[in-house]
Design a binder for this molecule. Structure first.
Ligand SMILES: Nc1ncnc2c1ncn2[C@@H]1O[C@H](COP(=O)(O)OP(=O)(O)OP(=O)(O)O)[C@@H](O)[C@H]1O
Length: 213
């Protein structure tokens, strides 16, 4: 179980964006997080992905407190939660090929950067892997970002508007990839979107930030 409990967090002192938010994400669950723009969906996603440290409250994994900065958490804990962002371009190094982007987390932990299975999983073809980000479409780059997030076999994945820039068929394909991990590996998913129809189709249950406070 990945949990946020009574999390208070924001960007300006005295002006919390989330003022006591609590949410539980179970293994194998797809939890949809909806709500209006600016309500704090991405902020909560980043807190759960250990990219943003709460001012107070806690983030826990199977009951153990992990509310420290991502770089201060043990590598095993850090790899437990992955994240995919809405915009793939700022999330990648433009000098890397897609193969290097996907292999990065594997090489960082001293494993062979064998990405063939991941590439198949997200539906990228071999020829695209030698290209750099400016030579591929947003959808192709987002597939690479999803493969990179899945490479360390995360137990939980935050999809922060992962498909907001994509067409319907690429959206459906990426949701299928994430769903397969949910069924086969029991990966828990926080699906953040302002698209209520997508959340209704995808998630097992849908909550809004205002209900978590
Ligand atoms: N890096 C930041 N610095 C300062 N303020 C920020 C930062 N990121 C978000 N905010 C502010 O925090 C509030 C919540 O933003 P957040 O992105 O979490 O909301 P959201 O519900 O995900 O919105 P959207 O659906 O538009 O992405 C907003 O008022 C936003 O302006």
């Amino acid at each position: 179980m990945l949990s946020a409990t009574d999390v208070v967090v924001g960007y300006r002192r005295g002006r919390p964006v989330l003022d006591g938010a609590s949410v539980d994400l179970a293994a194998g669950e797809v939890l949809g997080l909806g709500g209006p723009s600016g309500s704090g969906k991405s902020t909560l996603g980043r807190v759960l992905a250990l990219l943003h440290r709460p001012w107070s409250g806690r983030v826990s994994l199977d009951g153990s407190d992990i509310s420290r900065f991502r770089h201060r958490t043990p590598p095993g804990t850090r790899r437990s939660v992955g994240i995919v962002f809405q915009h793939p371009r700022p999330a990648v190094d433009p000098r890397f090929t897609l193969r290097e982007i996907i292999a990065e987390p594997l090489l960082a932990r001293g494993e062979p950067g064998d990405v063939d299975e991941l590439v198949d999983e997200v539906g990228l073809t071999g020829e695209l892997l030698t290209r750099r980000p400016h030579e591929v479409s947003d959808g192709q780059l987002q597939r690479a970002c999803l493969a990179r997030a899945l490479a360390p076999q995360p137990r939980y994945l935050v999809c922060d508007e992962m498909t907001a820039m994509l067409d319907a068929s690429t959206t459906a394909a990426l949701v299928r990839v994430v769903d397969r991990r949910t069924w086969e590996n029991g990966m828990g998913v926080l699906a953040i979107s302002h698209d209520e129809a997508l959340l209704t189709r995808w998630a097992h249950r849908v909550v809004h930030v205002s209900e978590l406070i």
